[in-house]
Design a protein around this ligand. Structure first.
Ligand code: MG
Length: 378
């Protein structure tokens, strides 16, 4: 039996899809999307995720999420959602594991600063960079650059895109110009990402002591789940109470997404992936759950992502990224030879510097900064 026989007709199927930029013969024992997932796991960019910040700097504590464990949690949640909706789990897994490959060191601040540095040279956007990693930067094959992934995996990685960039990118970004949708698997992974970070950022926030249960109880959604736990286990506190609450949070979000999306799919009755592309977004939370999830996001934004201790990290990190960029732009001879461009094309040189910095792990960026600016270290 083919591994894709259980799929709904509107799921993304390995065969009959848009396929790869460079044609390849089918593999005897793995579907196309299984191959994509395997290529992503074996990439260098994937291994770097272990040392890249999610919210907390990688070396602040061993238990905090990194980009790697975040990506694994997205894949886990995404796969179980996909199986319930008879969508392609392998594609969801591939997109999940690749979705943050283009992230800079130090989380979102790294991207924002690099984008400012690159303002005159085409900007920098981590989604686009994830696509660039799998399309161009990975060096694994004799015949071409990148990993030669399936179209469906690449369009899932490209979650957002400006119209300007869409015009430059070609077919993979055409949907932003046409205002059509990507596969249901891509839509689903996007929301699996949101479920994962909403829940693990609460966990990491509590663990770090930057937010408290008392504060979280102001969020209606969290308060309801916390009360459920207290009813089931009177007096329960500490780690167990937190995990019991977060389990319920993930389950509530996942169950709502499955039920809401299932009925939207039934109403739209897409016959195949082409119908999905033309329909409005079909993978959604209910209105009530969207409201709850947004309230939680707002809470995390105000109380965790903008906490003064996180702000200190952010300001320091932005200084490191900016100083690295400026130093390399002023003196490209400081760059490793692979990243030096022939003198003359400042745009190309800037892009290579952005690639170099974006590829750095947190600790590599800190070390590189020290190597360039500290007189004690040569
Ligand atoms: Mg993510």
């Amino acid at each position: 039996m083919s591994p894709e026989e259980y799929l709904a007709p509107y799921a993304a199927h390995s065969e009959g899809g848009i396929g790869r930029r460079h044609a390849e013969t089918a593999h005897a024992s793995r579907s196309q999307f299984q191959r994509d997932r395997d290529r992503i796991i074996h990439s260098s960019a994937f291994r770097r995720l272990e040392y890249k910040t999610q919210v907390f700097l990688n070396h602040e504590g061993d238990l905090f999420r990194t980009r790697l464990t975040h990506s694994l949690e997205v894949a886990q949640i995404g796969r179980s959602l996909a199986r319930n909706l008879r969508l392609n789990e392998d594609l969801v897994e591939a997109i999940s594991l690749a979705h943050d490959l283009g992230h800079t060191p130090f989380g979102h601040v790294g991207q924002d600063v690099l984008n400012e540095c690159m303002r005159d040279y085409g900007g920098f956007e981590h989604n686009l960079q994830s696509l660039r990693v799998v399309d161009e930067l990975e060096e694994h094959y004799g015949a071409y650059d990148g990993l030669n992934l399936m179209f469906e995996t690449r369009e899932g990685i490209l979650k957002h895109c400006s119209l300007n960039n869409a015009r430059l990118l070609g077919p993979v970004a055409q949907r932003f110009l046409d205002r059509t949708q990507p596969s249901l698997e891509a839509q689903l992974t996007n929301l699996a990402d949101e479920i994962a970070y909403n829940s693990h950022d609460i966990d990491d926030g509590l663990r770090s002591g930057l937010i408290s249960i008392e504060q979280l109880e102001q969020v209606d959604f969290f308060a309801r789940l916390w009360r459920d736990v207290q009813q089931a286990f009177p007096g329960l506190s500490g780690r167990r109470a937190i995990y019991e609450t977060l389990r319920r949070l993930i389950t509530a979000l996942a169950d709502d997404l499955i039920a809401t999306s299932g009925s939207r799919i039934a109403d739209a009755a897409p016959k195949n992936i082409e119908d999905v592309r033309k329909a409005p977004p079909l993978i959604r939370f209910s209105d009530g759950m969207r409201k709850d999830a947004t309230e939680l996001k707002r809470f995390l934004h105000a109380n965790l992502y903008r906490h003064y201790k996180v702000n200190r990290m952010r300001v320091k990190a932005s200084r490191i990224v900016r100083e690295l960029f400026d130093a390399f732009m002023n003196d490209p001879v400081l760059l490793p030879p692979d990243y030096q461009d022939k003198p003359g094309d400042v745009h190309k040189q800037a892009r290579k510097i952005a690639d170099y910095i974006a590829g750095m792990t947190d600790r590599y960026a800190i070390r590189e900064h020290r190597r360039l600016f500290s007189l004690d270290e040569l």
